[in-house]
Ligand binder design. Structure first.
Ligand SMILES: [Zn+2]
Length: 395
């Protein structure tokens, strides 16, 4: 691993985006049956990719800085998320650094500005897999149209109304009426398998394996997983759509409806399909008539919660959600378009570090022609969904 002084912004962003121990281990094919890993307080133990072992002794956990740290108690190997991506992908963490970044970005489902169209300047090295290297190195993601077709089929097969516990969860949060276009994976494993089979029938096995929702390949060790759902317990399916009348689904975000276990990610992305537009932008574009404010919240659930609050209080306000305030710059083009000439209400629940991003976002939106920026926070609870849940009456 060695010193990594002068980390580029891209490397920092990828390491930050790979902050979920469960997500990175799953994407790298390290979760391979119940005996292949153990839960830990801040992450999990997996079989070490640096040395051959049957009993997991390699700790993958979230460090104090919010990024993943890796330490093997067997062989002493240590590193960060990118080290883990490198070893599992058969890449050299230093020599093949750019390829490691690209792979990390793909797994995290993010798109890096410097990687767009510039890969040719740094030819991708030929991979020389180092045994033992369990990997789930996924084929190319589906094209947008093919993914949207698969997404529509999934939402049709798995409506929220079909899963009473998911529906009850959304009702409890006060947003069921707004979430009718979302999906719910069956809690019953046999039924979930039937949904998978129906999707394969509809779009073909190749498309299913490239969907970012299923394990694409078999890890080197253990049982066959290709074609199995990744994160089957993340049953609430949230479609993030493109702007435009059709609002094609660009990616899914999923979360469990039960409390998450230690170290388990609350949200999982669709592998290889980054969030590209703010949640709800396709609706906001239609709602933004004269005198309508624009509210910016964090995430899809808060978007719906804020819409519910807006409805209760009859405010002329359109709402969009960005996946995280630290990623505001990626969404600036769309946010700027929506904000031009309007009052913008930034309703992000940010910690101290996030407040710096909020300030930068506010400045950038004024630069894009926003008429005024207001900053509001939930009056009670942690986020806007807590407010709808508690039936409070202050927007
Ligand atoms: Zn080891």
């Amino acid at each position: 691993m060695g010193a990594r002084e002068g980390l580029t912004d891209d490397a920092r962003e990828v390491r930050y985006a790979l902050g979920d121990a469960w997500q990175i281990c799953d994407a790298l094919g390290l979760l391979d049956g119940p005996r292949s890993y153990q839960k830990q307080a801040r992450g999990l133990l997996v079989r070490c990719p640096w040395h051959d072992e049957r009993t997991p002794s390699c700790s993958v956990y979230r460090g104090d800085d919010g990024t993943i740290a890796v330490r093997c108690h067997g062989c002493g190997a240590s590193g960060d998320a990118l080290s883990l991506v490198a070893i599992v992908s058969g890449l050299d963490a230093r020599r093949d650094f750019r390829a490691v970044l690209e792979e990390g970005a793909r797994i995290a489902g993010i798109r890096l500005a410097s990687l767009d169209g510039s890969s040719s300047s740094a030819p991708r090295p030929v991979r020389a897999p180092r045994p033992p290297a369990p990997r789930d190195d996924g084929p190319a993601p589906l094209g947008d149209d093919a993914f949207a077709e698969l997404a529509d089929a999934l939402l049709e097969l798995c409506p929220v109304a079909g899963e009473p516990d998911v529906r009850a969860y959304l009702e409890g949060r006060g947003i069921a009426g707004w979430a009718m276009g979302w999906g719910a994976l069956p809690g019953d494993r046999a039924r979930l398998g039937e949904v998978r089979d129906a999707l394969v029938d509809r779009v073909g096995r190749d498309a299913w394996l490239r969907s970012g929702l299923a394990h694409a390949t078999d890890p080197t060790r253990g049982t066959s997983k290709a074609g199995d759902w990744m994160f089957a317990e993340h049953r609430l399916v949230i479609p993030w759509r493109a702007p435009g009348v059709s609002g094609a689904v660009e990616t899914f975000q999923r979360r469990p409806i039960r409390a998450t276990r230690d170290g388990e990610p609350k949200y999982v992305a669709t592998t290889g399909r980054p969030i590209r537009h703010p949640y709800g932008c396709e609706d906001a574009l239609e709602e933004l008539g004269d005198g309508v404010e624009l509210a910016i919240v964090e995430g899809a659930i808060d978007t719906l919660a804020m819409r519910e609050l807006v409805r209760r209080h009859r405010r002329p306000r359109a709402v969009v959600g960005i996946p995280g305030v630290e990623h505001w710059a990626k969404h600036l083009a769309m946010l700027g378009e929506l904000a031009r000439g309007r009052v913008v209400v930034i309703a992000l629940d940010a910690d101290a570090a996030g407040e710096r991003h909020v300030a930068e976002l506010a400045q950038a939106l004024l630069g894009k022609g926003a008429a005024r920026i207001d900053r509001v926070r939930p009056t009670t609870g942690k986020d806007w969904a807590d407010l709808t849940e508690k039936k409070a009456n202050t927007p």
